[in-house]
Design a protein around this ligand. Structure first.
Ligand SMILES: Cc1cc2nc3c(=O)[nH]c(=O)nc-3n(C[C@H](O)[C@H](O)[C@H](O)COP(=O)(O)O)c2cc1C
Length: 199
């Protein structure tokens, strides 16, 4: 017996969004930590990020980052990026092509920042931005901060470095591995066109 989504575009889309929605709540979901890939023609790079929002009605997903990361400059020059997910148990790969919006000190960042946990705020308290070279091995933090020894008030310092990257989905590619035959589909959201592809 095949799952309902084996050969049904709508069921596939339902499955994809249920996996993305679930990843926001479920810390152990493999879809929680996709690879985010961006750059320019000669310098592309991928990194793991944590999925923080999934919004089917707006075809949007988002994650948080430090505004000083190299990828932010790259995104400002080229907003086109990709996201890659794989769930080994489900045997489902999802590839997104997205257009990114970099949010800084606006309603979106305020809302997300207010929901960040105390321990997560530590990432935004480093003196120099991620990727800065150091003479010694370092977390980038003062020792007391490494030990989570900061007040809520002190953690607010991190807000100036906090960015929410909104990823507006242009297209989705789905690959489902099955012994009876893999299935691959593409959903072009801009042109509202669903296609089967050879896996
Ligand atoms: C499990 C895990 C989760 C991560 N989550 C994020 C994240 O949500 N946002 C982010 O910017 N970096 C995240 N990182 C760090 C990035 O992978 C990367 O090392 C960092 O962003 C610096 O590289 P970049 O400036 O080229 O992106 C995470 C890393 C791991 C291993």
């Amino acid at each position: 017996m095949h799952p309902a989504y084996y050969e049904d575009f709508n069921e596939i889309k339902n499955k994809i969004w249920s996996m993305l929605d679930n990843a926001i709540k479920d810390r152990s979901s493999p879809f929680r930590i996709p690879v985010f890939i961006c750059g320019n023609e000669n310098d592309l790079d991928g990194r793991i990020v944590v999925l923080r929002k999934s919004d089917r009605s707006n075809n949007l997903v988002q994650y948080h980052s430090d505004i000083r990361s190299d990828k932010i400059d790259k995104l400002k020059r080229n907003k086109n990026a990709a996201m890659l997910f794989y769930d080994k148990e489900e045997k489902i790969q999802v590839r997104l092509k997205v257009e990114c919006i970099v949010n800084q000190d606006n309603e979106i960042t305020k809302e997300s920042w207010s929901k960040t946990q105390h321990i997560s705020r530590k990432c935004y308290l480093v003196n120099n931005g991620p990727g800065t070279e150091s003479d010694i091995p370092t977390s980038g933090l003062k020792p007391e901060l490494d030990n989570f020894d900061y007040t809520k008030e002190q953690s607010e310092e991190g807000y100036k470095n906090f960015t929410v990257i909104q990823c507006k989905i242009k297209s989705i590619e789905w690959l489902y591995l099955a012994a009876k035959g893999h299935r691959r589909a593409r959903f072009d959201l801009k042109n509202n066109k669903d296609s089967w592809l050879v896996p």
